[in-house]
Design a protein. Structure first.
Length: 231
């Protein structure tokens, strides 16, 4: 079956994202250095983030709230006003950070848009993701944009059914094995993994080695050629 629809992740596939989270976490470590060692702080923050995902979802705003909650726990409920102010300032800076497409992204999407329906499928805060797409200058290359609360097999089946000819005639591309690859394969689509140098622990998973619909690509520049071999 010929591929008609290509789904693309946004953060760390089209533009930098995890790097900003790591830089802000380093800033938080320095801010809390007199309260907790870096390892303890990281473990506490990771546990709080996991606990809060079902409440806040993905994105900078939920991360900022988790930073505040971590500071509350580590200080016995009494963080200084300066600490809270610094955390909020860091969150605002993340939200306002410039968006610049990763190398090769614009060329690859322009080429792909001539042959396929391109659908942006991303998790995160609705307003922030819309703002980042607008700032990237890539919006006109997509047929549709889906900002979802979670990426699972039912999400991909629904999106590829709504904007294409079903999952069997679709391919998903992204940097997360857990969110972009495994559930897309489960839905019946093809999936390409394009690693980013940094990966959030929550998004880590083992690759589906030997799967006939899976490919590991070095960069998005390889995506058009791989898609051309399918079907």
């Amino acid at each position: 079956m010929r591929i008609t629809t290509v789904g693309l992740d946004a953060d760390d596939t089209l533009w930098h994202n995890e790097t900003l989270f790591r830089l802000t976490q380093n800033r938080f470590r320095a801010l809390m250095a007199d309260v907790a060692e870096a390892e303890e702080l990281d473990e506490r923050l990771a546990a709080i983030e996991r606990r809060n995902l079902s409440l806040y979802g993905y994105g900078v705003k939920g991360f900022t709230l988790s930073l505040i909650e971590t500071a509350m726990e580590l200080t016995g409920g009494e963080p200084s006003g300066r600490v809270i102010a610094d955390i909020l300032a860091a969150g605002r800076e993340m939200l306002a950070h410039p968006v610049e497409p990763l190398p090769g992204v614009e060329h690859a999407l322009a080429e792909l848009s001539q042959a396929y329906r391109l659908v942006l499928i991303t998790k995160g805060d609705l307003l922030h993701q819309e703002q980042k797409l607008a700032a990237s200058g890539l919006g006109d290359l997509f047929t549709a944009v889906e900002i979802v609360s979670e990426k699972d097999a039912s999400t991909y089946a629904r999106v590829f059914g709504r904007h294409g000819t079903g999952a069997a005639a679709a391919a998903m591309c992204g940097n997360s094995l857990r969110s972009d690859v495994l559930p897309a394969l489960q839905a019946g689509a093809y999936a390409a993994h394009i690693p980013y140098p940094l990966t959030w622990a929550h998004e880590m998973a083992d690759p589906p080695s030997g799967h006939p619909r899976f490919a590991e690509l070095a960069s998005i520049a390889e995506l058009p050629e791989w898609l051309a071999t399918l079907g």
